[in-house]
Write a protein that binds this ligand. Sequence first.
Ligand SMILES: O=C(O)[C@H](O)[C@@H](O)[C@H](O)[C@H](O)COP(=O)(O)O
Length: 228
Amino acid sequence: MSLNAQTRWHTFQSQEEINQAALNRILAAADAAIAKHGSFLIVLAGGSTPKAVYQLLAKADADWSKWHVYHNDDRCLPVDHVERNSKMARDAWLSHVAIPESQIHDIPAELGNVAGALAYSEILKGVRTFDLVILGLGEDGHTASLFPGQAVDNSADAVPVFNSPKPPADRITISQKRLNDTHEVMFLVTGAGKQEAVDNWRKGVAIPATLIQSPNGVDVYCFGVVLS
Ligand SMILES: O=C(O)[C@H](O)[C@@H](O)[C@H](O)[C@H](O)COP(=O)(O)O
């Protein structure tokens, strides 16, 4: 599968507008994937913008029995810790809809980064190309748990992260290579704090987010940053 470096930028005028656009995009991607493959494979991001979209998904109508949910990263904390991305997604959305539990694939980050990454790589073994990967953007340009200045580790589908500059230090992330094995990518970027990272990205400065490409390019949904 060949990758496409095209980045399409979309700006929205309010938080509601970006949330709604993201919701529509997810539901459309699900319909298209289910029509084509009989299933929809979505990879979730942590962060406040995705959370608001998940809350909308909790009230949406969809063919939930065909959805398979993965996470692009998680923090090595107990399962029920409020900072676990898996807990956030369950509380905001997944516990409120009829996706079969066997199709919700949390990262077992409570096992620690090494054992948890091995276990998640096993879970991802044989999983087909994802349909939609959702990603956030950190102020430092990180995405998933791919941080600036850290070596890119594509040795497995899920890899341990040590010494994350954003706490907690121990995390697990799907690798760049496996994240790029997807039909579509949607970044959700909100807030003026992301301006410098967005400026760098648009100027062609390498930031972790620019590691992400898919055969269909990448869509970046923005609110609260200026696209100059
Ligand atoms: O793992 C983390 O530390 C966060 O989940 C982080 O990666 C988040 O996705 C971005 O910082 C954007 O977050 P917001 O959507 O809240 O701006």
